[in-house]
Design a protein around this ligand. Structure first.
Ligand SMILES: [Zn+2]
Ligand SMILES: [Zn+2]
Ligand SMILES: [Zn+2]
Length: 148
């Protein structure tokens, strides 16, 4: 986590921003919560525990800044609220997301497996692929077990 914070500090500095207490607090939420995909409201709730003076508008603004700087990814899971996750800076393509239609949980699949599809598209469409954002909708194990 120390490294992540150092990297983010560098990233901000490069663009002329400082790692303020509020910005730091928002990054800390991502390291302290087990959920890696957080909505602005969830982030706000966590940050407010420690910093009661922070406003929701500040949280929104900070998330937007982090997104512009590539520190966070903004994800849209088609459930009416956007969520954010930390860009870990790992080279390569975005992981895939499994979205439960019953409880709304989001799991990650950290293998790409799209290489053959990607090379087919690059060949037939002459389109250079740099990333993708793949969502699978269905029912998680817990919800599936419960309904049986
Ligand atoms: Zn890929
Ligand atoms: Zn579920
Ligand atoms: Zn994710």
């Amino acid at each position: 986590m120390k490294d992540i914070m150092e990297n983010i500090k560098e990233e901000l500095k490069k663009s002329g921003y400082k790692l303020t207490i509020q910005r730091k607090a928002i990054i800390e939420v991502f390291s302290e919560q087990n959920a890696v995909h957080l909505s602005p409201e969830e982030i706000y709730d966590c940050v407010r525990d420690k910093y009661p003076n922070i406003g929701l508008a500040t949280v929104y603004r900070t998330l937007q800044l982090f997104e512009e700087l590539g520190i966070l990814y903004k994800l849209n899971f088609d459930d009416g609220c956007s969520r954010y996750e930390l860009n870990t800076g790992e080279e390569g393509h975005q992981h895939h997301h499994l979205i439960c239609l019953s409880c709304g949980s989001v799991q990650e699949v950290n293998i790409d497996l799209l290489e053959s599809l990607e090379s087919e598209i690059e060949k037939t469409k002459e389109f250079k692929i740099v990333d993708h954002n793949l969502k699978f909708f269905g029912y998680c194990k817990d919800c599936k077990d419960k309904s049986q």
